[in-house]
Design a protein around this ligand. Structure first.
Ligand code: ZN
Length: 263
């Protein structure tokens, strides 16, 4: 009896799917595309993939999630994803309920809330809404990408805490804390720091997740408007995405994705 078997990795026609649906694919150099395929193959084959609420997982669904997740670790050891055990895909936005802090400090609410995705703690799964995954792949709303967001949370968790600080090289840490604290505290005070979104003021973990979305999906704006934040992200991710062009799909290639902004 065979006790272990490798799950399917990259599907046939993977490059065609990425050319058609992954806007950032077109901005990568040949060796980056090769690395993205290699990491995607590893994630597809080594993680548990599951559909929820009647959704059917197909090769395109799994590939577009794995490929976007791979972007974050193109120049990092894929071990940074050691806490990603499983990916669960819902067809569309999840509705959650339960008591949580309200918008006004000191209040609570039990209103149903729309969730585009979430990254459960520890070795818990990354949960994603497929329509949001596709919108992110197409750059329907540049700077909003639920896969980059939730997998950034997993990078953040890799050191055991969700505090907006992933596993950093020692020589980056002091600058990281100084720069991120400066921008984060302004957002908390209501001082705009574009292209960072207000959601980044929720807590330091959300700050890092939003910064990651912007770093990969609106890198030129981030480099221009927040050069210090851009710089510490370059030093962590070891990528310089502002030098990549173009970031969009060739005209007419994208299908329709939901335009609803991400968290
Ligand atoms: Zn988040």
């Amino acid at each position: 009896m065979k006790l272990t078997s490798r799950r399917p990795g990259l599907p046939a026609g993977a490059v065609d799917v990425l050319e058609q649906h992954l806007a950032l694919w077109h901005a990568l150099q040949d060796q980056e595309q090769a690395r993205l395929l290699e990491v995607s193959d590893h994630l597809l084959a080594s993680r548990h993939w599951e559909a929820a609420r009647g959704f059917a997982l197909d090769d395109t669904t799994r590939l577009l999630i794995a490929a976007q997740a791979s972007l974050l670790v193109l120049d990092l050891d894929v071990e940074h994803y050691r806490l990603v055990s499983a990916v669960v895909v819902h067809p569309t936005t999840l509705q959650t309920s339960g008591t949580r802090p309200g918008l006004v400090p000191g209040t609570v609410t039990d209103e149903p809330m729309s969730v585009l995705g979430l990254a459960q703690g520890g070795r818990g799964p990354v949960v994603l809404a497929w329509d949001q995954v596709l919108a992110g792949a197409h750059r329907t709303v540049p700077g909003h990408n639920v896969v980059l967001h939730e997998f950034a949370h997993k990078l953040d968790m890799a050191d055991g805490t969700v505090d907006g600080t992933p596993l950093l090289p020692a020589d980056v840490r002091a600058d990281w804390v100084r720069v991120c604290t400066d921008v984060y505290e302004d957002l908390v005070r209501g001082v705009p720091r574009p292209p960072m979104r207000w959601y980044g003021a929720t807590n330091p973990g959300e700050f890092f997740a939003v910064a990651t979305e912007v770093f990969f999906d609106r890198p030129r704006e981030l480099r221009e408007l927040e050069p210090a934040l851009y710089d510490v992200l370059v030093r962590f991710y070891r990528q310089d995405p502002a030098t990549r062009q173009p970031l969009g799909l060739p005209s007419g290639r994208a299908g329709s994705g939901s335009g609803r902004p991400g968290p």
